[in-house]
Design a protein around this ligand. Sequence first.
Ligand code: SF4
Length: 468
Amino acid sequence: MNVLFIYPNINGSHIDYYSFGLASLVSVTRANGHNARVVIISKEDKYSEVLNEISEFKPRIVGFSSVSSQFDFVKKIAELVKSKFSEIVTVCGGVHPTINPECVLETDFLDGVFVGESEGSFVEFLDKVENGESYKKTDNFAYIEDSRVILNPLKPFIANLDSLPYPDREVYPLDNTIRMAGLVPFLFSRGCPFSCSYCSNHAIAKRYNMDKNRPRYRTPESSICEIEETKRRLPIKSVFIMDDIFGLNKKWRQEFCKKYKKRIGIRFICLLRVDVIDDDFIRLLKDAGCYQISIGIESGNEQIRNNVMNRKMSNEQVMKAVNIIRKYRLRINTINMIGVPGEDERMIWDTIILNRKIKPDSTGVNIFYPYKGTKLGDYCFEKNMVNETLYNSFSNERRETVLNFPEPHKEKMIYYVQNWEALVYPFDIKRALLRWYRGRLRGLLSKIFIWKYLRRLKHFVLFRRNAK
Ligand code: SF4
């Protein structure tokens, strides 16, 4: 049986160019004797590609994977598919239906949604569809009956991740970043035990009636074998370990790093929380070949970071972790977020100022997006802070706010996001020259340079004013 997977990433608003969840489903589909193809849709005018692919591939099932901001596009594509190929079974999985299964009520063109970790139940579903049996009672499946959502029991989390095949990299169309730049992503664990109020991890735990989404791992041996196997097929220059927090389990990380150093020997980057960083941890990473660590600062204002975002870490802890990373000469990338409820412009400047103290090698910022099912997301909906029209038709996830802030504040947020690097590195001549050079290449030579220089002066004045 043929199964077509569709991953909408309209306008490139979602940064994950490779969806591990979808790639894992592709693998289990193929491992169970079915044919799978994947289409990534990055523009609305590419919908016709889906219909062409369906005409040619003739799938029995079309499966979408969706984050919240893409679900509106899922509904539109599903309508197109159903109106032309009514016999096709259409379903959707991913984070959005997992924390918000009621989304199935929003459309007549999805036959149901998969909730939670669905590899096991998806295989059962495939068999039922192939044999012409009713599939509605499949575990993890949610569907509409008498205008109500029926959610079947969830299978327990897969305890042994080694029992799953490696995520597919054969039929999944890999992004140019992977092919050209050679930065290849891997994921060796699922789950994060922390409860940051804006993140999906606590919402997923709640869906499973658990207090925490404790991480589960592939064994170090299986993880290393996956890199070795991928190395044989792709030109890997750097490994990007995308686990929410790398190696929280000490025994796991020690064994992984030992094997990695011996058998892989390619530099890698990973993500850490500052409160898990200590000297031994970073020494181990450095020795294994790590060259960059991404740390979530999110806010430089402790009240926002701890009381609103529930991250429970102080600026002192941040600087202590930064000093340890610097001691081992690893690059630092900072991840930041602005636009949460209760934050004013002064607090955004606290984040900029903390980043200036850290002096990261690279930095990025997102605007808060209220995912339904998360504590902070639900709070925003309860307090009528969300512009629902914008939320439901929104593709510019994390680049614009969907909260009902006053217009001038909304515009300021966009300004801060667009000028983030210039604000964090106001006197970095090398970066300024690089930007100038890029501008020159785009044919806007002196105009841009002078403009950026003037803007830099403006940032300096603003900084002085806010720092007082
Ligand atoms: S530490 Fe990161 S992955 Fe874990 S809950 Fe917080 S934001 Fe989510």
